[in-house]
Design a protein around this ligand. Structure first.
Ligand SMILES: *Cc1c(COP(=O)(O)O)cnc(C)c1O
Length: 458
């Protein structure tokens, strides 16, 4: 086994990491993660780290689950690959399609497989435009999305997403994708004195304004995450999604739920749209479908769209080599069966989710915490300069990164999105482990407070 320094040197010489300042990381050196079990990672120095981000929002059943390992091994021996292009199919892909139809809301009976969430959203763009073509409305091209939403990093995924720093590189967004503001009450509703409920309706109204501005006859679809994940775990007011649904229905616009994070139990129901109260026509999934053990993504296609594609569509000229990859599908089957067996969705809804909510609520008295939010096993703490006024820290101080540094230093992975500290721990986390995680979070907050005071930032 190489030493940490040797790994870091080789890494810096050859491996360009995603969403990374290559030069800065090469100088600093990566942290090398060597193994993991349950909710704990181990690095090359032997330090144990509680993984409160489930890898990257995906390892929902935790690390080391034998059922998933066995499923992959068995399938690799039996049939490691065969495609679904040549009017062919493999048993794991068929069985997974069948099981997905069972665990998704009733309007979903069909699936189109992809290799990742980004690819799934590329499929969404192709599919909704094709849908309107078939119906003789080819002018319906425009897809409306939201600022600070995240839908992946391919050309279409990054365009649908509303991350301005991503659009700034590579000439994005691609044509016919436009964005409305996000439903972020603390930043946009609270300063105007709006209640969460009223703000939810105002924010949904921005969709109607945009539809009228573009021209309803040109709008193909609206896409959003039930709860924005990478944008900072922003839980919209309860009034938001039902109003979005009403507006989409009014103009006949397809409603797309990007369930890449919220799907498979994260919010205490199988799907985020169930938790937030809307009925999408299409859903993107990835991450939790295999608990990240192997890449897989796809699109659940609701009856409204499936019927048109199947009965009137002819050839759909789109697909991926790995659409329905048998090993990925076999792992997904084992993963979904395990989620059921362990009753993880119920556990999040009735046990660990409410428990986490109470623990986060208790952090409201911390001098740095301006707002806390949780839904199921997603949570965010916003660090602010002045709690009473809700004044943020200057962004160049990077207070979130200071806090993240203290988390990493003390054996906890918690992510910083600006000054929003976010978690999404594995769904197998126990109450005792939530306590352990909360103790680490409190410690990181206290150390951050000490730093911030010492630097005179408060
Ligand atoms: C991660 C993510 C994606 C992109 O998935 P990849 O597998 O990284 O391509 C899309 N949408 C949401 C909501 C995500 O969180």
């Amino acid at each position: 086994m190489r030493t940490t320094a040797q790994w870091q040197a080789a890494d810096a010489s050859h491996f360009l990491h995603p969403f990374t300042d290559f030069g800065a990381l090469a100088r600093k050196g990566s942290r090398i993660i060597t193994k993991a079990e349950n909710i704990y990672l181990t690095d090359s120095e032997g330090q144990r780290i509680l993984d409160a981000m489930s890898g990257l929002w995906c390892v929902n059943v935790g690390y080391g689950q034998q059922a998933l390992i066995d499923a992959a091994t068995r399938q690799l021996k039996e049939l490691p690959f065969y495609n679904a292009f040549f009017q062919t199919a493999t048993p794991p892909a068929i069985e997974l399609a069948e099981l997905l139809a069972e665990v998704t809301p009733p309007q979903f009976q069909h699936v189109f497989f992809a290799g990742s969430g980004s690819e799934g959203n590329d499929t969404i763009v192709r599919m909704v435009r094709r849908y309107w073509d078939i119906l003789g409305q080819p002018e319906r091209q425009v897809i409306i999305s939201r600022k600070n939403g995240y839908h992946g990093s391919t050309m279409a995924g990054a365009s649908l997403g509303g991350m301005s720093y991503m659009h700034a590189q590579g000439g994005l967004p691609i044509p016919n994708i436009t964005h409305i503001d996000q439903p972020y009450w603390y930043e946009n509703g609270r300063p105007q004195g709006l209640s969460r409920e009223d703000f939810g309706k105002v924010a949904a109204g921005w969709l109607e304004q945009k539809i009228l501005e573009v021209g309803p006859e040109k709008v193909a679809a609206f896409i959003g995450e039930p709860i924005q994940g990478a944008g900072g775990v922003i839980v919209p007011p309860e009034t938001y999604w039902p109003e979005i649904q009403r507006i989409c229905d009014k103009y006949g616009i397809l409603l797309v739920s990007d369930e890449v994070i919220c799907g498979f139990g994260r919010t205490g129901n199988w799907w985020g749209c169930e938790t937030m109260g809307f009925r999408p026509d299409l859903m993107t999934f990835a991450k939790g479908v295999t608990s990240g053990y192997i890449p897989l993504g796809g699109v659940m296609v609701g009856d409204r769209v499936a019927k048109v594609l199947i009965e009137q569509g002819g050839d759909f000229n789109h697909g991926y080599t790995y659409s329905g990859h048998p090993v990925a599908c076999a792992v997904a089957l084992a993963n979904i069966k395990l989620i059921r067996e362990l009753k993880l969705v119920e556990q999040v809804r009735e046990n660990t989710g409410p428990y986490l909510a109470a623990q986060f609520k208790a952090l409201e008295d911390h001098p740095l915490v301006g707002e806390q939010q949780t839904k199921g096993l997603m949570g965010a703490l916003l660090l602010v300069k002045d709690k009473a006024q809700g004044t943020p820290f200057a962004s160049e101080l990077e207070v979130g990164m200071v806090c993240r540094g203290h988390c990493f230093g003390n054996g906890l992975i918690m992510r910083a999105v600006g000054d929003r500290m976010i978690i999404a721990p594995p769904l197998v986390i126990t109450r005792a482990q939530v306590d352990e995680m909360m103790a680490l979070i409190r410690r990181a907050l206290d150390l951050t407070l000490t730093d911030v005071r010492a630097k005179g930032w408060l």
